[in-house]
Design a protein around this ligand. Sequence first.
Ligand SMILES: [Fe+2]
Ligand SMILES: [Fe+2]
Length: 307
Amino acid sequence: MSNETVQVTAGATARQALADEVFRVMSIEHNSGTTGSGKKLPRTRLVLQNARYADIQAVDWDYVLEFKQGDVVKITGTIKEFRGQPQITIRSSARVEDFDVTKLLPTYQGDLAVLESRLDAYIKAIPDERLQLLATKLTDPSGELGRKLRLAPASPAAISHEPYIHGLIQHLTEVSEVARVLADKARDLRPTEYGKINISIVMFGALLHDLAKTTAYEYGAEGIKFSLAGRLNGHVLESYALIRNVLYEAGTFSQEEIDNILHIVASHHGPESDQPPRTIEAWIVHTADLFCSKLGGTFGYPHDPVL
Ligand SMILES: [Fe+2]
Ligand SMILES: [Fe+2]
């Protein structure tokens, strides 16, 4: 499989070649359609997935393919934008046997080392040493939680933002950096009203607001999907419980600090959620989360619809 990243962006019309790229078949249907030259022909429509594409449509006009959902297939053809999304037109295809399907899980296409160094630099800049120490511990790649945080997707399947391996560390880093900028700007804008924003609480809350996405999703041979805890309780409640435990266990935080940090986690989905933001720190993290998740979900990956 080629490692070259295909960029399919808004308005892109370039046709790009695809040679022997391996995908997993996520869904398949047989029907008929009208070609660009007006001919009515039988066709096979598929949704495919691999490390570069969480979800990409493909069509074969020549014959009805014999594949089934879950098959691993090798595709040669072209990729072109169709109705705002990339679509593969298949020229030839073949089933691949004995392939490690976990290699086909959609995966972050940027430089992971750069992302990790941004995360580490951010943590070192948290002014409160207790929160900096705790953030370092929770994200430590030699620990179970830190390892999962650096591996997990930010969403299951292709339903939302960063639905791919290493998506969570990307989302947390981006939300953290945006929240920091917003907090600094707010203090500049109105030093009297916003001068008392607790930067450490904003930074810690932004960094860990989705911490339980480490356990809310499962990823392996079956693809990326909700875990039982993720499906039944959701990542907000699970993150609240996880962070509450570590804050009390640390034994160095006042009740007021704990309540303010937990409020950021509980309210990060904003005014429409069960617990709307009620502090400036919580509003800043919610705003940063909304900004990053909407942009990431709309433009962040080649499979995403262009709105
Ligand atoms: Fe969230
Ligand atoms: Fe988030």
